[in-house]
Write a protein that binds this ligand. Structure first.
Ligand code: MN
Length: 235
């Protein structure tokens, strides 16, 4: 850009995630999500468990930070929570080999893939895109990140979601059908991954409706906790 070139509107703010125990931030470029990556969840959704998982995306600015409130979205009567391990990338590439995939990981967090389930299922049946069901405003609550330097690369450990204090989802990372290196490698066949991309890695069983007034608490062993509230719909 030449020195007298300027943006005609104010550039939108950089989406970012907190770093646990620090004032530093992780800048978020894109949010990728894995569909169908825990066997029990595939069964509860009535899908073929032999089908490979697939990817979809959410806008970077759909993040809701720890302690935040996600307003109940428009158009739906059946919003569901899906607790997921979040992987944050410090580098990327195309056709990343399995044995190099973890070198791309900056760290980990826990997030919720909020889903307008009624609209997701309707678009699936009509063979239409999934954005209406998955990529809405405030659809990606995500807690603070912790670096892989501190905790390593978790391969097992509890992943849970409580709604108003009651356990709804209770899985283990070792139930992931495709593990983190496989997810990164496979996704890098579809797009060039870059530093700042984050990946929601799929949800264990127990997905259920959540409504305004709910408090959702998510935990993955060794990773900073996430607490968010579901707020009333925006007018
Ligand atoms: Mn999901």
């Amino acid at each position: 850009m030449s020195t007298n070139t300027k943006y005609v509107i104010t550039p939108p703010p950089q989406a970012a995630l907190a770093i646990a125990g620090s004032t530093d931030l992780f800048p978020v470029r894109r949010i990728w999500c894995v569909g169908r990556n825990y066997l029990e969840h595939i069964k509860e959704m009535g899908q073929d468990e032999r089908e490979p998982p697939f990817f979809f995306a959410k806008p970077a600015d759909s993040i809701v930070p720890d302690g935040g409130t996600a307003p109940y979205p428009s158009l739906t009567k059946d919003m569901h929570h899906e607790v997921e391990l979040v992987v944050a990338l410090k580098s990327g590439g195309r056709y990343i080999p399995l044995d190099k995939a973890l070198d791309c990981v900056w760290g980990y967090g826990v997030g919720i893939d909020l889903t307008r389930r009624d609209l997701q299922i309707a678009s699936r049946e009509l063979k239409r895109p999934w954005e209406v069901g998955k990529a809405f405003d405030a659809s990606a609550p995500c807690g603070p990140l912790v670096s892989a330097t501190k905790i390593g690369h978790p391969k097992k450990g509890k992943i849970t979601l409580k709604c108003n204090g009651k356990v709804r989802q209770d899985g283990d990372l070792e139930q992931l059908i495709w593990n983190v290196p496989e997810i990164i490698s496979k996704l890098s066949e579809m797009v060039a991954l870059e530093a700042g991309d984050i990946i929601m890695t799929g949800t264990p069983s127990g997905v259920a409706a959540t409504v305004a007034g709910d408090t959702l608490e998510c935990e993955v062993a060794g990773v900073p906790k996430l607490t968010v509230k579901i707020g009333p719909p925006l007018k």
